[in-house]
Design a protein around this ligand. Sequence first.
Ligand code: GTP
Ligand code: MG
Length: 221
Amino acid sequence: MCDPIYISFIGEKAVGKSSIIATYESGNFNPDLYATESVETHIINATSAGTLTVYIHDMAGETREATVIALCATCNVIVLVYDKTYRQSFGKIDDFHKIIIQHIDSEKVVVVLLGNKKDETHKEEVNTDEGYNKHKYLKTDFFIETSAKTRHNINDLFRKIEEEVKNKRELQSDMNFFQKDEQENLIDLQIQTYICPCTCKCICPSRPCLFSCRCCVCTLL
Ligand SMILES: Nc1nc2c(ncn2[C@@H]2O[C@H](COP(=O)(O)OP(=O)(O)OP(=O)(O)O)[C@@H](O)[C@H]2O)c(=O)[nH]1
Ligand SMILES: [Mg+2]
């Protein structure tokens, strides 16, 4: 059983956050969704074996900053969503990013930049290069364009999220392992280091004494 994944969808109102989640959950696009009020939580078993549970927080476009900050503390994935047909929502990404980056540990939390409504090519206001450049500039973990309507890249989005979370968790557990190793080495060194009671008061890091003065008269030698 894997540790659950907690994902928060953040973005301007009507960019398609709820539609992306609904399309992933049901496999179908529902054009009649209501605007989200506050935060809605969805719980999904992402594998048929039920080995991975995904909690998705769907935020209203008009969510207050305090709610965004509170969710930052509890989730391990943040998806910043904009609408490719609405430039203002692309500009809002910087504001949301500024808030979240102060409240997450980017070593542990996966941040995704997502441009939705890719199907509306004739209304496009933000092209793929601009999205990609913003992803590079903000150093998000990955960039993807989706269409909740045609289901383009919807499954890929969640597959990539799962992959990135796994990578970060592995990296984190490697780092914990090395930190533990380093701490143990430090303790070893502290045990080995002793202050020689001779008059020069040399501190020898190893036994037998490595100091060339050879003045150690410590009985531990
Ligand atoms: N063409 C097209 N329309 C979409 C797509 N995704 C969502 N929409 C439409 O965009 C509108 C807003 O979608 P929502 O999913 O409610 O957006 P939201 O970001 O959850 O909005 P709030 O809950 O108000 O913050 C609806 O009319 C959707 O049908 C898409 O990929 N393509
Ligand atoms: Mg919504």
